[in-house]
Design a binder for this molecule. Structure first.
Ligand code: BG6
Ligand code: MG
Length: 222
């Protein structure tokens, strides 16, 4: 009765969301812009260039740079970020994720990955999860960043899943909006994802039996 489960990557499968934050903070400081983790919630799930625009806006410097300069800044952030990725190993898969994936797979439910990151495949390879997902949608396959539904709809489409009978798992507000705009059941990992249909505080709380029963309750209300 569930067509597919589609996972976000950064912050759900592994804690790269924190590395994105550290890398942006370092780049922003070079521009004399200070960002904190509260502001960072707005960057989660948002593409690289769109994130840079939000940071420049935060520092009131949105009109100070040419496109070429912005590309150089984004590239610099990516270099900081990639240094963290060099140390990533399967040990960095967040608690509960391996168990969750195997529980879903044992029931023959296909799994997808939906990440707007250009580094998604590098991260998956470092975690040795590059052959785990039935279909991967990364930045190269979509035009629009989350919260647009394009990425989750593309994943469902390629998995031959009806979005209304599928589940998305996200740690970002933009990601939850993307899932809801796709009409899927939204599982949030965090404390402030008010629009999720079901929320757990951390990945270790992601239990397949609980997710299925919350999904069933939601379906019955549709
Ligand atoms: C998302 C992250 O998965 O990917 C964002 O949540 C990040 O924080 C975005 O900005 C783009 O990532 P990358 O690797 O292409 O810069
Ligand atoms: Mg995320």
């Amino acid at each position: 009765f569930i067509d597919a489960v589609v996972f976000d990557l950064d912050g759900v499968i592994t804690d790269t969301a924190h590395y994105h934050f550290l890398a942006w903070r370092e780049m922003a400081r070079e521009m004399n812009i200070e960002i904190d983790e509260v502001f960072n919630e707005r960057l989660k799930g948002v593409s690289r260039m769109a994130s840079l625009e939000l940071i420049l806006e935060e520092g009131n410097r949105q009109n100070d740079f040419t496109l070429h300069e912005k590309e150089t800044m984004a590239e610099k952030k990516n270099q900081h970020y990639c240094q963290f990725l060099n140390h990533l190993t399967p040990q960095d898969i967040l608690p509960g994720i391996v168990e969750l994936i195997s529980a879903i797979k044992s029931e023959g439910v296909p799994i997808g990955l939906a990440s707007v990151s250009k580094n998604a495949l590098t991260v998956l390879r470092a975690l040795q999860l590059d052959n785990t997902f039935d279909y991967i949608v990364d930045a190269s396959k979509v035009k629009k960043t989350k919260p647009d539904p394009e990425i989750f709809l593309t994943a469902c489409n390629r998995l031959e899943a009806d979005p209304e009978r599928s589940i998305g798992i996200e740690d970002a507000a933009a990601g939850i909006d993307s899932i809801k705009a796709s009409k899927m059941f939204a599982v949030g990992v965090g404390n402030t994802l008010y629009k999720s249909d079901y929320q757990v505080a951390a990945t270790k709380g992601l239990k397949w039996e609980n997710i299925k029963s919350e999904y069933q309750t939601w379906r019955n209300m549709q």
